[in-house]
Design a protein around this ligand. Structure first.
Ligand SMILES: NC(=O)c1ccc[n+]([C@@H]2O[C@H](COP(=O)([O-])OP(=O)(O)OC[C@H]3O[C@@H](n4cnc5c(N)ncnc54)[C@H](OP(=O)(O)O)[C@@H]3O)[C@@H](O)[C@H]2O)c1
Length: 276
């Protein structure tokens, strides 16, 4: 598995997303994903599936040091120094001694809290509960403040990323600080992205599916992608992207799709990630 150097953390370039997977379906898909070659699994307290992910990991019987497990703490779950307790809860539900990566799932409501959140995040790593720390849905100004307030390097900023969204300015700021950009909704949840000529023509040229072309574009761009699927055959398909390379022209054609600038997570409270 190709890895991305995220401030010293060797993060697999492709992970398995688990939002909306629960119960037996989640456990059996996680086991299947690991058996299919995934080493990185993305979950969150908010997904209410950490026990199921943990069950899948137990069934997979993979040595712990060959896995990269990420979980995330939602701001409302943190009150009065409860951050460490939240992470301990994640570990208990997952059946693990440590997380490879713990993220703040969403920026605090009050931006002034960033320094305090960074202190809490650093503390759980200092306690040995997580090997690496990072953030999710942080904008450019918030990344700058988080970096300034953190004594440990941030491994990643997990944000929406796919060919319809331009994250180049945020990506540059992350690059400047050695932070990996981890893309969620990497497949734009399917939709008409898979019908774009830039994608279908590359798929035909390489004998790959549209989803494989999109995921290859992510990793070839130097980013991490964490596609989710509830379909076992798609889990295998999505990781089978390391035996071909998109040409420069194919990368350019997919990059040009950002002109559409369409987001999936576009709620009132969604961050304007790319605004400096
Ligand atoms: N940090 C955050 O705030 C945040 C926000 C959103 C998501 N995430 C993380 O990112 C992960 C991925 O994002 P996402 O689940 O929103 O979107 P996604 O991975 O872009 O899309 C998932 C959708 O694509 C379909 N799909 C997967 N592989 C396919 C293939 N090979 N061919 C055709 N369709 C395919 C899936 O269908 P089936 O399942 O029916 O196969 C599902 O409907 C989440 O699971 C979660 O772990 C994080």
């Amino acid at each position: 598995m190709l890895t991305v150097n995220a401030n010293g953390a060797r993060m697999p370039a492709l992970g398995f997303g688990t939002w909306r997977l629960r119960g037996e379906e989640c456990a059996s898909l996680v086991k299947h994903a690991v058996a299919s070659g995934y080493t990185s699994i993305d979950t969150a307290i908010m997904y209410d599936n950490e026990e199921d992910v943990g069950e899948g990991l137990r069934r997979a019987e993979q040595p712990r040091d060959q896995l990269f497990i990420t979980s995330k703490v939602w701001p409302s779950e943190v009150m009065d120094g409860q951050f460490q307790r939240c992470v301990e809860g994640s570990l208990k539900r997952l059946g693990l001694d440590y997380l490879d990566l713990v993220l703040i799932h969403w920026p605090p409501q009050d931006n002034d809290d960033v320094a305090e959140w960074m202190r809490l995040l650093n503390d759980v790593a200092d306690q040995g509960l997580a090997r690496n720390i990072g953030v999710s849905n942080f904008t450019i100004p918030l990344i700058e403040r988080a970096v300034a307030a953190s004594h440990r390097p941030l491994a990643c900023n997990q944000v929406e990323h796919h060919p319809y969204i331009n994250q180049s300015r945020l990506r540059q700021v992350c690059d400047d600080h050695g932070i990996a950009l981890v893309g969620y909704c990497p497949l734009f949840r399917g939709g008409d992205l898979f019908e774009q000529t830039a994608i279908t023509s590359a798929a035909a040229a390489h004998g790959k599916s549209p989803a494989q072309i999109v995921l290859r574009w992510h990793v070839q761009s130097g980013c991490v992608a964490i596609p989710k699927t509830a379909t076992p055959s798609r889990a295998v398909e999505n990781i089978d992207i390391f035996d071909f390379e998109l040409t420069g022209d194919q990368m350019d054609a997919i990059n040009a799709l950002t002109a559409r600038h369409e987001r999936i997570c576009d709620y009132d409270f969604s961050p304007q990630w790319d605004v400096p």
